[in-house]
Design a protein around this ligand. Sequence first.
Ligand SMILES: [Ca+2]
Ligand SMILES: [Ca+2]
Length: 136
Amino acid sequence: MKESCNHGWLYYSDNCYLVSQEQMSWHEAKLQCESNGAFLADINSAEENTWITDKIIDNQTWSDITHHVWIGANDIGKEGIFILSEMNSTLNFTNWNQEEPNDDSGEDCVASIQERGLWNDLPCSLKCSSICKKIN
Ligand SMILES: [Ca+2]
Ligand SMILES: [Ca+2]
């Protein structure tokens, strides 16, 4: 197993991840990941969610503990059905915060909350940080 990723990317379990603090809409973040040969991260297990949450916290210099980080899950195509666009598949794992997803005023894109790794659906136009993932 080759545990090497490009500079700035983090290795975990055969994948490479890049946390971006640049504030972007979900679609902008998705395009940025794709321009790096990656995709907005899917999260497939509690272990992966915990690892990502720890790395996001490690990477952040801000103190806003409610900060959100875009991940790949979304229900843009069909309300209430969350999928991963790249895989065209439903989610293997979810880690919703209490009372989420609530589609509040039409929220179709999913972000993980920096501090605890709990998920929230948010307006896709909201500017957030993001995490890209690619297979190593
Ligand atoms: Ca929705
Ligand atoms: Ca929500």
